[in-house]
Design a protein around this ligand. Structure first.
Ligand code: NAD
Length: 373
């Protein structure tokens, strides 16, 4: 267990930062800092809760500016996984791993095999899968060292493999529920959706939105990703600096977290925010800010659970393709319920979802307590 992190040292001695006093610490069960001398692999595994089952959540590889940024991301993302898995009725808790490195230059099979050994040492308390910067090939390398890994292609359909298309399918259901609640239509035909980030999930979402008749505005810092949406789907390219403020019915953040904040929210020109990115709200107060501007926010972890649903199905022998697809499609109904409760009570959607998810986790914790007694 990691209790204290050295921030930086100076002549007066070390300045230290306690994990427990970080704003993003939320009663996490443990944080594991890892380093592998041979491959220079380094990062964190954060496990927020195992009340509902082993912690299940992806591994992100990103060139974080410093260790604290990586740790903060691991804390936030693992909490998000607890809430996401609870809301999706999965028998898993929440955890996430972050590897500090640039996926464009630093990836090797040996590095991911070393990461697999780190996961194996956690003895099943954390199960990993893909996230930003990490793909199916990396999962195959991890699998050489541990079985606590998902996102490995299976023989058929909706089960396992790259979770991105399934995440996109779930996001589409949540987005439609939000459009229905805010704009009063069940059709996306003719609506404009601004997509920030056309990577694994964003591109799949663009394909589904295009099929549904939506007009696409797309931005990505990687020009090739924008080009394929323009060429294949007739999307309009937008500068990455302009996408959040584009005139659109729906904004779909599908890049990184924290994009909805004190600075950006006053500038938004959409009626609905519904996208795949984890941790879109920089702070809880930003959910209130969106509500104050009458912008309907479909909580990220409620609508982006399709990937973890399909990856979790790899470990469920009863999960045939139809059942997994039905679980993903149910995201639409679940989103509608959250939005209805929000409208009924005046409580912002992010708060409604947080309360529901935390209640599920609390009940499981209470059950654990009585089982142990
Ligand atoms: P990805 O790395 O494949 O795609 C992210 C894309 O965003 C990249 O193309 C990148 O160039 C682009 N990007 C980064 N910063 C940007 C910016 N400022 N403006 C515009 N574009 C920018 O990752 P992904 O797997 O598609 O995941 C996207 C988001 O969805 C992440 O927040 C991830 O945590 C979340 N998510 C993914 C899954 C999944 O199944 N992959 C599941 C749930 C949630």
């Amino acid at each position: 267990m990691l209790h204290r992190l050295r921030r930086n040292a100076d002549a007066d001695g070390a300045t230290e930062m306690s994990v427990f006093s970080m704003a993003d610490f939320d009663g996490h069960e443990f944080v594991h800092a890892f380093f592998d001398r041979k491959t220079r692999l380094k990062g964190f595994v954060a496990v927020h809760s195992t009340a509902l089952g082993p912690a299940f959540g992806g591994c992100r590889m990103w060139p974080y500016a410093d260790d604290q940024g990586a740790l903060r991301d691991a804390l936030r993302l693992s909490l998000g996984m607890s809430l996401k898995n609870a809301m999706a009725n999965l028998p898993y808790g929440g955890g996430k791993a972050v590897i500090i490195g640039d996926p464009r230059h630093d990836k090797t099979p040996e590095l991911f095999e070393a990461f697999g050994r780190i996961i194996e040492s956690l003895a099943g308390r954390y199960i990993t899968a893909e996230d930003v910067g990490v793909d199916v090939d990396d999962m195959r390398a991890i699998e050489r060292s541990t079985n606590y890994v998902g996102g490995i292609p299976q023989a058929e359909g909706y089960r396992g493999g790259d979770p991105s298309p399934r995440t996109a399918l779930g996001v589409l259901q949540g987005l439609k529920a939000a459009v229905s609640a805010r704009l009063g239509t069940d059709s996306l035909t003719g609506l404009t959706v601004a997509v920030q980030g056309a990577g694994s999930v964003g591109y799949e979402l663009c394909k589904l939105l295009h099929e549904a008749g939506a007009r696409l505005l797309v931005a990505d810092i990687n020009a090739e990703n924008v080009a394929r949406c323009v060429d294949e789907l007739g999307a309009t390219a937008v500068d990455p600096d302009g996408i959040l403020v584009a005139e659109a019915d729906v904004l779909a953040p599908c890049a990184l977290g924290g994009v909805l904040n004190e600075r950006t929210i006053p500038e938004l020109k959409c009626s609905v925010v519904a996208g795949a990115a984890n941790n879109q709200l920089a702070t809880v107060a930003d959910g209130d800010r969106l509500q104050a501007r009458d912008i309907l926010y479909a909580p990220d972890y409620v609508i982006n659970a399709g990937g973890i649903i399909s990856v979790a199905a790899e470990r469920d022998p009863d999960a045939d393709a139809d059942r997994v697809r039905a679980r993903i499609m149910a995201i639409g109904e679940r989103t509608a319920e959250v939005l209805q409760a929000s409208r009924r009570t005046g409580t912002p959607p992010h708060q409604v979802a947080d309360e529901l998810a935390r209640e599920i986790i609390r009940e499981a914790e209470a059950g654990q307590g009585s089982a142990a007694a």
